[in-house]
Design a binder for this molecule. Sequence first.
Ligand SMILES: Cc1ncc(COP(=O)(O)O)c(C=O)c1O
Length: 391
Amino acid sequence: MEKFRTALDMVTALEPDIPVFAARPHAAGRAARWFTQNFPGEVAYAYKANSSVFLLGALYGAGITQFDVASVVELEDAATIPGVRLHFMHPVKARHAIRKAYFDYDIKCFALDTEDELQKIVEETEGAKDLELFVRISVPAKNSRIPLEHKFGISGQKAQRLLVKTRQVADELGITFHVGSQTTTPDAYAMAFEEVKKLIVKAGVVVDAIDVGGGFPSRYTDSVPARLSDFIEVIKTSMDKLPVTEHCRLICEPGRALVAEAESLIVKVDLRKGNSLYVNDGGYGALFDSAHLGFVFPVRLIRAGLDPNEPLVPFEMWGPTCDSIDRMKGPFMLPGSVREGDYIEIGNIGAYGRALSTRFNGYGEYKEVILQDEPMYSIYTEDVAPLVRNA
Ligand SMILES: Cc1ncc(COP(=O)(O)O)c(C=O)c1O
């Protein structure tokens, strides 16, 4: 893997014709250290966010040895990392996946949100007595960019009943939730803990573990989150108020917050039409969140001899496929002189960027490099206050 100090050094040396993933493993390592030092419990990484070996290596090197996996393919990949503990936290799993996870990979930890799934887990593990089962409850989404409360999660009396039933078969009973991805204020976690508390009291069960899921934010041009340490404070205070013993485990499974700032995408401008830039990756590539969810990632023009005082003007970008929804509306603020052949660094796309890219229209091929400079935004360099913009 070729290493460069900056994106400019890289484009000068390689003049790449295909888009480039530029990983900054040191940024993933810093994020992982921040979580392992500040989160008052165990930290698992949500593998789906980005499975680049360079970022996984950095997370592992910084002490992350637990991974949340969502499929057989992910668990088979993650299981190759020495000494890992895997959590299969998808609440709906194929029977063969449960069986394989338990018998071939020694996974004991499963999430569920229905009695039918509980039954499947019991049957496919042949009535195992060493299961760690997490009931996924439904919690309100507040200030989250990607709310997740409609697909999974159980509430009310059904949740109480499921907790009681799960308690009867689980060696360890847990409760888990997800407040929604890119949640920008910590009160979402306080509200979720309120639901957890009510359910524990009403169901009258002993709970051995709480998994607060992911949802921790990163920084984007159009999304400025509260400080991560404020999230930790709210989680600590809420955990202290739960009717659980001091032995109750606390777990989190961030994806976005651990890797978002650890990867950039460098695209080439194939054509400029007014303030529209036609670039060589897009909504069917690593810019899915920008095209389909409106994320405005930070951008900068990578060109030698650029006048740093050139005024920035708003641009939209179009991806390389023939599809008219392959459009990133932005606005992306770039120097007015952007032209065909220029390179643009699109920062903080480490979470759900490469993970969502497809081969549509024959695109989806990337070059990969490592950069040693700082990400365009970092929420870790000063624990977000004040936010550092390294552009
Ligand atoms: C069960 C589970 N845990 C963790 C995550 C990671 O979430 P985030 O990237 O918002 O931290 C997800 C993402 O969808 C998830 O489904």
